[in-house]
Design a protein around this ligand. Sequence first.
Ligand code: PAF
Length: 316
Amino acid sequence: MTVPGSAPVLVGTRAELADELAAARAAGARVGFVPTMGALHEGHAALMAEARRRVGPEGRVVVSVFVNPLQFGPHEDLDRYPRTLPADLEVCGAEGVDVVFAPAVEEVYPRGVPWEAGADVTVEPGSLATVLEGRTRPGHFRGVLTVVAKLFGLVRPDVAVFGQKDYQQLVLIRRMVADLCLPIEIVGAETVREADGLSLSSRNRYLDAVQREQARALSRTLFAARAAAVEGPVAALHAARAELRAAEGVDLDYLELTDVDLAALPADVPPGTEARLLIAAKVGTTRLIDNLPLVLGAAPDAVPDATDATDLTGAR
Ligand code: PAF
């Protein structure tokens, strides 16, 4: 483990990454991996801390910083997405990360970015990628799964940590790892929130002061639903919609209550059913997402402790 506070090794090519990890692998050290697009914040730091817990002090923690063009749509924020490598290295250093892999686009896509489906080998995420985020962002999860599969191939981690904040992404990665028989443990780590409930996101930096205040409506909506979930799904959604009606400056994309695998809930939900409430909305021009676990028809203290990292283990 790199002593927290010292600089991690920064590598930009596949060959450098392989060299850097060869000795660790030969010594039998476990490799923990946190894929990111940079613009790192405390939420990412929590993922790194979780990776360290999983591999122990003798293991190696690798963080990738790569703004993946393939997961951005033509009218999305690829060009203005924040690129802050020097500050990112500091966050990684403070968490005792051993290696930061920050490749150029050509290093990840040597034959060019396969914008057209069918132009090159990519990962087809299936029908779960056409709902929720996928409805508004067609092609997004093809881009995410393709780059994550490539990064898994390059880093060959034992364990990879993703945030529950991007819950649909987490479910799809868990599915990819299971369906493609990849021997990687997938861990879903708790969403880190500001004191007022707003979930941390690299995109929060686009919000001005008024929008920052308006953005609180997303987490308020989720927590109102969670408090009402004891009465069942109808009450939970009713409470959520009441919050949204009172919200200003929030342009709702979706509010959906699903089972934990993002499938539709049965019409008759048995008390104690674990569910997920997901929300996406634009505040100004910034698209924000958030979600929360709920237990339907059960007392609020029966809600699983969201502070525990959820183990979503794939094939092993
Ligand atoms: O969650 C993210 O930051 C990205 O979608 C990921 C997983 C790093 C793939 O580019």
